[in-house]
Write a protein that binds this ligand. Structure first.
Ligand SMILES: Nc1nc2c(ncn2[C@@H]2O[C@H](COP(=O)(O)OP(=O)(O)O)[C@@H](O)[C@H]2O)c(=O)[nH]1
Ligand SMILES: [Mg+2]
Length: 525
């Protein structure tokens, strides 16, 4: 599928946006220049073809323009030492005025009768020497070399092989070959037999400049030899409606050739994200909290279901959850204010967060080039700075299972029943033993199968109490460990949200940006 200039320019814009801060400043400026230039040129007369005549001092640019036009419109060496301003020759000023204003070409000559039937919309520019001693002149030539639709390089037999001419001026426009003509002027100064050799030699040099496709013509502005062929060549350029686009396309190619690749993008897999979540959860104290939930549960279960004679001792121990500033949320309580007082992210934990996030980011950036890796690291650093508070808040906001269990009440009631039974037995026995000493009537202690009932009550009460205590402890241990797992799961879910929003999403956004950049580079190039 052929990519249109519009698509390439759109891709160039994407490249500029996604590459911002990732590509060298000078390149970014040149991308901007191409984007601005293309936008501005396309707003102006697309029918006109602006052809610039470029060359060194004395190569005969002005003479050539005069020869082409067939009149002395341009100032030549004889009358004035140099051409210090661009001078335009137009045949159809309608629409060309705006174009010339944009090109900042003030000197204009309007002519009748085009130099070629197809060149009615031609705009011919006689330009200052690109090697002028005047800097302002050189700048005009350079600026217009970037703006015109087609370029004609004029060389003469003495200086056609000049290194500076080729290396600094022609070669940088290599991508513009489709809109470039190379003209060897002043062939009247060469023996006719030598002309083909010089042209061949020039063609060889131009090929080495990287422009194998450029047309090379030989002319004499003085004798008029070859001028008709040049007129025809300019007619070809003017007739080719795609010339203007070809120039812009060449600009895009030239600048895109300098845009560095971003490397390969590797998206973090589910495994890597899971590991990061687990690591950061641990760093944020999720394990500590889960452990505290289990311990707190066992402690409170012990208080509620243990043998009351000894279980009250448990009350003296502090609740591990309360110590962390966590516990069941009270109604109307703002969870944001309910910050944990646990040492969630001390220096060590912060170091672990930093290490995990860096490792994660480095793995994601592994295939990328330096500037992109640096960008990803900056994103990672921002995440590392934000994560401690976010994680702390996530842990504090999580509604952890800190309430008691329904079966504690049953155990509690049964424990009191066992106590009451034992006490009843004791009082009964004491009564049976001591009432007669106070002169009160003695009573028979009833027996069941040879066992005295009060003794059975005491033994049964104590045994029930101990049994209930042991069973309660067993159930509490099982329930506590399930709560520990549930807490870890809840905390992991909270941590995952934070890690996703604060670390993974921004890093993936960076990777997406690199992908968009890579796709744009491919499309624009
Ligand atoms: N013999 C000869 N002289 C030329 C030719 N073209 C230009 N000249 C002379 O070269 C000198 C410089 O010409 P000019 O057009 O001012 O060159 P510019 O500086 O490139 O604009 C002038 O003296 C011209 O007469 C040519 O084809 N043959
Ligand atoms: Mg001149």
């Amino acid at each position: 599928m052929k990519v249109t200039l519009d698509q390439r320019l759109a891709a160039l814009r994407t490249l500029r946006e996604t590459g911002d801060g990732r590509i060298p400043d000078a390149l970014a400026r040149d991308l901007d220049a191409v984007l601005t230039h293309s936008g501005e040129r396309r707003q102006r007369s697309p029918e006109h073809t602006v052809v610039g005549i470029f060359g060194a001092t004395g190569s005969g640019k002005s003479s050539l323009v005069n020869a082409l036009v067939g009149a002395d419109v341009a100032r030549t060496h004889v009358r004035r030492p140099t051409t210090s301003e661009a001078h335009a020759v137009v045949w159809d000023p309608d629409g060309a005025v705006d174009l010339l204003d944009w090109l900042q070409v003030r000197e204009r000559t309007v002519r009748d009768g085009p130099i070629d039937p197809r060149a009615a919309k031609l705009v011919l520019l006689d330009l200052p020497d690109f090697d002028s001693v005047e800097r302002a002149n050189r700048e005009i030539a350079e600026r217009l070399a970037a703006q015109v639709d087609a370029l004609v390089w004029v060389v003469d037999p003495q200086k056609y092989a000049d290194e500076v001419l080729h290396a600094q001026f022609i070669a940088p426009h290599a991508k513009h070959s489709a809109v470039t003509l190379i003209v060897l002027n002043q062939i009247d100064l060469l023996p006719a037999a030598d002309v083909p050799h010089v042209v061949d030699s020039l063609r060889g040099i131009v090929e080495r400049d990287g422009i194998p496709k450029a047309r090379v013509l030989s002319v004499s502005a003085r004798t008029g030899e070859g001028i008709d062929a040049l007129r025809k060549a300019l007619g070809d350029l003017a007739a080719a409606t795609e010339v203007r686009e070809a120039r812009l396309a060449a600009d895009v190619s030239t600048v895109v050739a300098r845009v560095p690749a971003a490397g390969t993008v590797t998206r973090p897999g589910k495994g890597a994200i899971d590991t990061l979540v687990t690591d950061l959860g641990t760093a944020a104290g999720a394990d500590v909290v889960a452990q505290a939930v289990a311990r707190s549960y066992r402690k409170r279960a012990g208080q509620a279901t243990g043998w009351p004679i000894v279980s009250w001792l448990l009350r003296l121990r502090p609740d591990p959850l309360a110590r962390l500033g966590l516990g069941p949320k009270r109604r109307g309580e703002n969870p944001d204010l309910h910050r944990t007082s646990m040492p969630a992210l001390d220096a060590g934990a912060r170091a672990r967060v930093s290490l995990s996030v860096r490792g994660f980011a480095d793995a994601a950036a592994a295939g990328l080039t330096d500037s992109w890796r640096t960008g990803i690291r900056t994103t990672a650093d921002r995440a590392i700075a934000d994560l401690p508070d976010q994680l702390d808040l996530a842990i504090a906001r999580t509604n952890i299972p800190a309430k008691g269990s329904w079966w504690w009440v049953i155990f509690s009631v049964l424990q009191w029943v066992s106590i009451v039974a034992a006490l009843t037995g004791i009082v009964w026995l004491l009564g049976a033993a001591f009432l007669p000493t106070f002169g009160l009537p003695a009573f028979e202690v009833p027996k069941v199968e040879g066992w005295s009932v009060p003794t059975l009550l005491i033994a049964g009460g104590v045994a029930l109490g101990i049994l209930l205590g042991m069973l309660g402890a067993l159930l509490a241990a099982i329930a506590a460990s399930s709560r520990r797992r549930r807490t870890r799961k809840l905390l992991t879910a909270s941590v995952r949200t934070v890690v996703q929003d604060t670390a993974v999403a921004p890093l993936v956004a960076d990777l997406d940006r690199a992908s968009a950049y890579t796709a744009a580079l491919k499309l624009a190039g």
